[in-house]
Design a binder for this molecule. Structure first.
Ligand code: UGA
Length: 469
């Protein structure tokens, strides 16, 4: 596969670590740098530190051979021609992205440049960041011809990160010099030329030798905007369907049918039309705020994004009202909570709507008995210790003697519960599903009162209808 290129990846978070092992998987030689010694030692020892499909296998295959981990950015800069920057860009108090880590990395790279280098921004950053990186490097005495700065945003999702990296819908390269874009084209050529998919041991996904991903070449500024605009648009799509689900509830219609009806229009598409308790995670909330802030700073009215945020945060409050409408008062109620992660297939609880809801329920005086297949440890360190908060190791244990069961994360195993058995162990057979994992009719057939998002409440015939509160 193509010619191996020496690549440094700075940052070993979701994007950095996945990019590092995937570059190795497509044949390159990678140094992954992180300034956290403990993290580097763990990765050298084969601990991925995050729950991500395929990652343990790839790390095992390439660690300390095709992927080396170290803390010394200077050494990595000197050894490699392409340096991908994938450090965190957390949200500052004003909603902007905090770019101080990116700046620190750029200064350190500048001090070690020993020949032509391409510095590639992979973190999600506002437009003009490339320009700033360029200035910082020049200010540190590096000649303009000795480097290029490129924007190569990443679109991977947590939970399917490796597959998304190796089977992307598109690869975006924002470069203002041909020399730099040529290097990026070479790095990605095993994917764009389809060679990787020919390999018998290739990780499977939607791309193939005959259908390789396209590489889109743009200006650096366009690439920066593509990343923010993509995340903002997806968040908008979710808020849109959540607002529609509220209308469906008011009109006694069914949002699943509406989503199917609009999603079949190829201009709209069926994806990201799942209503729920709102989007969370380390990207959408932060990126929508940052994009709005960038627009504001540039004098552009993008108040639409403020509405997207408002609908998203209201979705949690509406869910709490739903719990009230099923249970009346909340103080002293024992609630089984399934799911703490911000979505299924991940242990990440950053900006998790499930965690926000647990906090709201605890504040209302409920006892929460929670189970998540992967996020328990993280949740325990995030939520303050409390006698009202009980962590258990399975669905049944959570549901035993519960006044109601709440589904807050779309883990596959939560969609396959044995309803008969569940009915036998709960105090009251009430399920409030924030992810629409079940068919309401199945619930009624199993004698459950079932409330979900944007669909009429389902109650067994002998039960009175659910009251609005
Ligand atoms: C998101 C984007 O999907 C990736 O393309 C992007 O690379 C990534 O952010 C990033 O910027 O790093 P991720 O945050 O991992 O990926 O998760 P998503 O699968 O997009 O889900 C985000 C949130 O939206 C979750 O809370 C999920 O439950 C919610 N969601 C998603 C819905 O409520 N409804 C949907 O139809 C889809």
């Amino acid at each position: 596969m193509g010619e191996p290129i020496k690549i440094a990846v700075v940052g070993s978070g979701y994007v950095g670590l996945v990019a590092a092992v995937c570059f190795a998987e497509i044949g390159h030689s990678v140094i992954c740098v992180d300034n956290d010694e403990h993290k580097v030692a763990a990765l050298q020892g084969g601990d991925t530190l995050i729950h991500e499909n395929h990652l343990p296998d790839l790390l095992e295959r390439y660690r300390n051979t095709r992927v080396r981990f170290m803390t010394d950015l200077g050494e990595a800069t000197r050894e490699c021609q392409a340096i991908f920057v994938a450090v965190g860009t957390p949200q500052s108090e004003t909603g902007d992205a905090d770019l101080s880590y990116v700046e620190a990395v750029a200064s350190e790279i500048a001090r070690s440049i020993n020949g032509y280098k391409v510095i590639i921004e992979k973190s999600t950053v506002p437009v003009y960041t490339n320009e700033w990186i360029r200035r910082v490097i020049e200010r540190n005495g590096v000649h303009r011809d000795a480097f290029d700065v490129v924007s190569n945003p990443e679109f991977l999702r947590e939970g399917t990160a490796v597959e998304d990296f190796l089977h992307p819908d598109r690869i975006v390269v924002g470069a203002d010099s041909e020399r730099a874009s040529d290097l990026l084209s070479m790095i990605y050529s095993p994917l764009t030329k389809g060679e990787y998919y020919r390999r018998p041991d290739a990780i499977e996904g939607c791309c193939s030798e005959l259908k390789p991903p396209p590489l889109l070449l743009t200006s650096t500024k366009s690439a920066e905007i593509i990343k923010h605009a993509s995340n903002a648009f997806l968040a908008l799509k979710i808020s849109f369907i959540n607002a529609v689900s509220n209308l469906c509830e008011a009109a006694d219609a069914n949002v699943e049918q509406v989503a199917q009806g609009i999603g079949l229009d190829s201009r709209i598409g069926p994806k990201f039309l799942r209503p729920g308790i709102g989007y969370g995670g380390s990207c959408f909330p932060k990126d929508v705020a940052a994009f709005r802030s960038v627009a504001e700073q540039m004098g552009v009215d993008f108040s639409l994004l403020g509405e997207v945020e408002k609908i998203n945060s209201n979705q949690k409050k509406r869910f709490l009202s739903k719990v009230r409408s099923a249970l009346w008062t909340l103080r002293g109620k024992r609630l089984a909570v399934l799911g703490l992660a911000f979505k299924g297939d991940t242990d990440d609880i950053r900006e998790s709507p499930a965690i926000d809801l647990v906090e709201m329920l605890l504040a209302e005086g409920c006892t929460v008995v929670a189970y998540d297949p992967a996020a328990m440890k993280r949740a325990q360190s995030e939520l303050p210790p409390s006698g009202q908060m009980i962590y258990v190791t399975g669905i049944e244990e959570a549901a035993k003697d519960a006044d109601a069961l709440l589904i807050l994360t779309d883990w596959r195993e939560f969609a396959r519960i044995d309803l008969r058995q569940l009915h036998a162990i709960m105090r009251y057979p009430i399920i409030i599903d924030g992810r629409n994992l079940y068919d309401p009719q199945d619930m009624v057939n199993n004698d459950f009162t079932y409330l979900s998002i944007g669909r009429p409440a389902a109650t067994p015939s002998r039960e009175p209808a659910v009251l609005a509160v």
